[in-house]
Design a protein around this ligand. Structure first.
Ligand SMILES: Nc1ncnc2c1ncn2[C@@H]1O[C@H](COP(=O)(O)OP(=O)(O)OP(=O)(O)O)[C@@H](O)[C@H]1O
Ligand SMILES: [Mg+2]
Length: 224
């Protein structure tokens, strides 16, 4: 079954220099439990596509169906709730809040959920952080962590609400090769052992090899 079905997504930006067609009628689907990589050169439109697939950025035209529901047919509030519950995001530069500890950063998305669901979040955060090798870093601030540790904390934060899909934009882009390999191994494990669907953007062909399937994007279109 398809978890995500994107139909004819288009997105343009207009400024003084003219109009830039970033995505041109891109269609693709992602099956449940699939690990797909979106690969392509810089400026190809990969991040734009990932944001649209994850409900972060509205396309000019086209639709994204998530488990059959048209996410851009939802109101802003409904789409925010959808993202909070169904989608996790991991970015190149971690985006942890510097004033909060690792544990607090991880718990943040859970605070937005209902009280009943929130109560279970703390034990789950501990469990996730233990699995990600951060048990001894719970009370550290992000600035006291290595890059690899910060990214693993960001993965825990993305997973706290048990999303169906993890959207990753160059998650290893700021890590050395050892930490990058570790993170990729971890993502692969989450995919195979926890049946997590993963959509990962990268410009790196070697990283894309970890995926079940690679979608190549060039100049805003899917190419074979
Ligand atoms: N908000 C925006 N306003 C104007 N142009 C934008 C905006 N966001 C992206 N673009 C342009 O759209 C094009 C695609 O951007 P995008 O970030 O999707 O590329 P990318 O494939 O992720 O590149 P990279 O590998 O460098 O991250 C780029 O030329 C970029 O400059
Ligand atoms: Mg990008």
């Amino acid at each position: 079954m398809n978890r995500i079905e994107a139909k004819a997504l288009s997105k343009s930006y207009t400024n003084g220099a003219g109009t830039l067609d970033v995505l041109k009628e891109v269609s693709l689907s992602v099956r449940e439990k699939e690990f797909i990589a979106i690969q392509g050169p810089s400026g190809a439109g990969k991040s734009t596509l990932l944001h649209i697939l994850g409900g972060l950025d509205r396309p000019d035209s086209g639709n994204v169906f998530f488990d059959g529901a048209d996410i851009y047919g939802l109101s802003e509030n409904e789409r925010a709730a959808f993202r909070n519950k169904r989608a996790g995001f991991v970015f190149q530069f971690y985006h942890l809040l510097p004033e909060l500890t690792v544990l607090e950063n991880v718990l943040l998305p859970a605070l937005i959920k209902s009280w009943g669901e929130r109560k279970q979040a703390a034990p789950y955060a501990h469990k996730l952080l233990e699995r990600l090798g951060l048990s001894l870093r719970l009370e550290h601030r992000p600035s006291e962590l290595s890059g690899g540790e910060q990214q693993r904390a960001a993965v825990a934060r993305a997973l706290i609400n048990k999303p169906l899909v993890l959207f990753c934009d160059e998650p290893t882009g700021n890590l050395d090769s050892e930490n990058g390999d570790n993170l990729l191994g971890l993502l692969k494990q989450l995919n195979t052992e926890n049946q997590l669907t993963i959509v990962l953007v990268t410009h790196d062909a070697d990283i894309a090899k970890t995926a079940d399937r690679v979608i190549h994007i060039k100049d805003g279109s899917v190419v074979n």
